[in-house]
Write a protein that binds this ligand. Structure first.
Ligand SMILES: *Cc1c(COP(=O)(O)O)cnc(C)c1O
Length: 328
């Protein structure tokens, strides 16, 4: 039996999210680079969510979801499972809204990430990735403590919040021909499509996922959700195994194409951002530029938006990755 699907979010939800986020999320800058323009023979506009609060766009979706909790939900708090940016986004949003937060993380998650999440005031519950099922643990905790579970992408309020990134870009930069968007579970891409439908219907929106984890590209071609094993890639924010029941239909209906980028291309893009634009971008955050540069889309003479989705990368790892780019 098919469960009734919750209604898909619309542009109006993105516009309402923008109101809720006013004064809470940063309106991030759009950077230009004449070197990038020359390299691609196009005009490039980089939307810098690496400069967002907590270092990634995920703050937008998390805050937009939590701020809509009822008083009863606020009193019990929020629960999330994530070892990445969603964890920190939920923890920070919960602190700002003064509600309890529990984040379920694998016990072998990087100590720095566990510390950062605790630093935002969340309680971290760890589990053994090899013997325990995080969804089962999360469901049990949620029902024991009456907390509300907020997933990282397949939630209407999360998608609407993420859509405010592209909304800001389209409002600031008219007449974009293309927009390249990093893609994991598809929250950011879905939200971008909702914004594009209303604000830039002529703009072709293209998702970029890691080559090793091209489940969304396969899903688009197959016309149904394709699930893969956890991909091996340095793009740790895009290691999702499948699109969601909300993100898939929005992407399937609206996306122009989905292209992929290799780890070497991500490192090349991170290196470009550091050397030429003086900005720190995490591997997943570099998907947009890598896809624009290597995805086979003819961009010469076009106006091209690129979302830089995040900048959270351990400095030792960052140095190591950039070192391989120099050696290579
Ligand atoms: C989560 C994340 C993504 C992927 O976003 P989805 O909404 O899951 O597609 C891309 N970049 C960064 C930096 C992220 O944290």
């Amino acid at each position: 039996m098919d469960l009734p699907r919750p209604p898909l979010p619309t542009y109006e939800d993105v516009a309402e999210a923008a109101h809720r986020l006013k004064g809470m999320a940063h309106h991030t800058p759009v950077l230009r680079s004449s070197t990038a323009d020359a390299l691609l023979g196009a005009e490039l506009f980089f939307k810098c969510e690496n400069l967002q609060r907590m270092g990634a766009f995920k703050f937008r979706g998390a805050f937009n979801a939590l701020v809509q909790f009822s008083d009863a939900q606020r009193a019990r708090g929020v629960l999330a499972f994530s070892s990445g940016n969603h964890a920190q986004a939920i923890a920070l949003s919960a602190r700002l809204l003064q509600m309890p937060a529990v984040i379920v993380m694998p016990e072998d998650a990087p100590a720095a990430k566990i510390a950062a999440t605790r630093g935002y005031g969340a309680e971290v519950v760890t589990y053994d990735r090899f013997t325990e099922d995080r969804e089962a643990i999360s469901q049990r905790l949620a029902s024991e403590r009456g907390m509300t579970l907020i997933p990282p992408f397949d939630h209407a309020h999360v998608i609407a919040g993420q859509g405010t990134v592209a909304k800001e870009l389209f409002e600031e930069v008219p007449h974009l021909d293309y927009l390249f968007v990093p893609l994991g579970g598809g929250g950011l891409l879905s939200g971008s499509l909702l914004a594009a439908q209303r604000l830039a219907p002529q703009c072709r929106v293209i998702g970029v996922e890691p080559e090793a984890g091209n489940d969304a590209q396969q899903s688009l071609r197959a016309g149904k959700i394709v699930r893969i094993g956890t991909p091996r890639t340095i793009a740790d924010g895009a290691q999702s195994q499948a699109l969601g029941s909300l993100t898939f239909p929005i992407i399937h209906a609206g996306v122009s194409d989905i292209v992929t980028a290799t780890d070497a291309q991500l490192i090349e893009a991170m290196h470009f951002f550091a050397e030429r634009m003086k900005i720190v971008v995490e591997p997943t955050g570099a998907l947009g530029l890598a896809g624009a540069r290597h995805g086979g889309v003819a961009l010469r003479g076009r106006r091209v938006g690129v979302v830089i989705s995040g900048g959270n990368v351990d400095m030792a790892r960052y140095a190591q990755l950039l070192g391989t780019a120099l050696a290579g």
